[in-house]
Design a protein around this ligand. Structure first.
Ligand code: ADP
Ligand code: MG
Length: 482
């Protein structure tokens, strides 16, 4: 909770999420980030007279999928509206959006806070709309340049109820939404590139009261941390104003990432009149129950479902389950290993250890991780069967697999002679040699200094170049020292 002895903060979020469709919301222009400016446009996305929009079914599928994942009610009869305003990034002069019939209503998302507590955040709605073009302010000293590649990209806007009571809660919600859209494959969730954008509505109220105060809307935060910082800054600022007896005005503020502050952009006192009216060029969109069930059956497992499966059904516990479900690719890789081994704990350890380390240290992606999940399962069973131990697997076999991933684990073990030594005669010879080399230690051991066993085992291991089976060695040493 973000509060002081007098006030508490009230926050509602509006999140724009660019949908990962191949083409735009109402025409066939390609959707892509980072292409040369104004190459992904057409008379339709540029709003030339006489052009007509057409629904992109994939965008609707994605909106339904997100709604189902958030337990929303899906709207059957959908219409579109025109939101009219003049701005250089809006070549048509209006944005097609859903004012009256958002495709998803209600809904909820559970968040987990840093201390481990959970909280339900209620959604007001999720509606479909299209993105604007982009003004480029820093390429030319005198002019703002316009890139319309983004114009007409399908978006969903997620609007929450004013349920947040701290910046940490907003942060937790954003990371949950980002994880969700990435799992569903509906958005890449990249806040830095602007595919996921968040506006925060922030107000304060005296503790003990229930009425909401006047809110300000903060825009332009390009990371989850900045959303949290902006909320915390606004709380301080509004508390100071309230204490000084100043009235808080409804306004739109911008976040200044360098200063960690917000500054006024425009007043909302004069309500913008967007002259909304029904989009006459698009027929109503009817989402049937059949359509909804088709989307449902094509949906991947949700992070929460996988978390529960890993945590309880597979017995991995909260910590492993959380890490393994951080991203869908990691979870899927882990599951792929588990198709070839019953040792889920070892599969989890390899995924969270060597595999994730490779991804991180190469700043790469698990899609390009060279070793097949089945091969990791072979490593697991080689250890379980006592052919090799974990350190040989991790330090010798795993690196060899990275170099030549098509090799079989058993081939590497054979070619590099890595199998643990369980030849009793050879082991006994080394045991005898070690005991002969350390007569003083042997006497001390026999006099009761039993922790010298570690030293003897270490010496045998050294003679075997690390391959002496530790358990067998221990047994033989115990016998010989008796
Ligand atoms: P507007 O009419 O300004 O668009 P809405 O009622 O549509 O406002 O709400 C927009 C967002 O602001 C929602 O996320 C909502 O939860 C949030 N919100 C509404 N009132 C408040 C308030 N007093 N304090 C904080 N957030 C609020
Ligand atoms: Mg509103």
């Amino acid at each position: 909770m973000l509060k002081n002895d007098k006030y508490e903060v009230i926050v509602g979020l509006e999140i724009h999420s660019q949908l990962l469709t191949k083409s735009k919301a109402f025409c066939s222009d390609q959707v892509a980030f980072g292409e040369p400016a104004n190459t992904l446009v057409s008379p339709i996305s540029l709003g030339h007279p006489g052009t007509l929009p057409v629904h992109n079914k994939e965008a609707v599928n994605m909106a339904i999928m997100l709604g189902l994942a958030c337990a929303c009610d899906i709207t059957e009869y959908n219409t579109y509206d025109r939101k009219n305003y003049f701005y250089a990034d809006l070549p048509k002069g209006y944005q097609i959006t859903q004012l009256g019939t958002p495709i998803c209503l209600n809904g909820k998302v559970e968040i987990t806070l840093p201390g481990g507590q959970t909280k339900i955040i209620n959604l007001t709605r999720i509606h479909m709309e299209e993105d604007t073009g982009k003004g480029l302010h820093d390429l030319d000293i005198e002019n703002t340049l316009m890139d319309y590649n983004r114009a007409g990209t399908p978006l969903v806007e997620i609007v929450t109820e004013p349920d947040f009571r701290s910046g940490d809660e907003a942060y937790a919600f954003l990371s949950e939404i980002r994880k969700l859209v990435r799992y569903l494959g509906v958005c890449d969730g990249n806040m830095e590139e602007g595919s996921l954008r968040c506006d925060a509505n922030v107000s304060i109220r005296p503790i003990g009261t229930t009425a909401f105060g006047t809110k300000v809307e903060v825009k332009n935060m390009n990371s989850m941390t900045n959303v949290k910082k902006a909320i915390e800054y606004e709380f301080e600022r509004q508390c100071k104003m309230a204490d000084a007896g100043e009235e808080i005005h409804s306004e739109t503020r911008n976040f200044d990432a360098l200063q960690g502050t917000t500054f006024s952009m425009r007043s909302k006192e004069l309500v913008n009149d967007y002259r909304f009216f029904p989009e006459p060029d698009l027929p109503p969109l009817i989402v049937s129950q059949e359509w909804i069930s088709n989307v449902k059956s094509a949906m991947p497992a949700l992070p929460k479902e996988l978390y529960n499966k890993f945590n309880t059904e597979m017995g991995l516990g909260d910590y492993d389950a959380s890490i393994l479900t951080e991203s869908r690719d990691i979870a899927e890789y882990f599951l792929a290993i588990c198709e070839h081994t019953q040792n889920y704990k070892a599969a989890a350890n390899w995924t969270m250890g060597a595999v994730k380390n490779w991804v991180n240290s190469n700043a790469s992606h698990i899609h390009v991780f060279p070793i097949a999940a089945a091969t990791i399962a072979e490593l697991v069973s080689s250890i379980d069967e006592g052919v090799i131990n974990f350190s040989i697997a991790e330090q010798q076999v795993f690196p060899a697999l990275l170099i030549n991933p098509s090799q079989k684990v058993s081939e590497i073990i054979a070619n590099q002679n890595l199998a643990l030594m369980d030849d009793d005669d050879a082991l006994q010879t080394w045991v005898n040699e070690v005991l002969a080399e350390f007569p003083d230690k042997v006497a001390e051991y026999r006099a009761g200094k039993s922790n010298l066993m570690g030293l003897f085992i270490g010496q045998v291991k050294k003679k075997s170049s690390g391959k002496a089976d530790p358990k067998k060695t221990n047994d033989l040493l115990t016998k010989s020292l008796a």
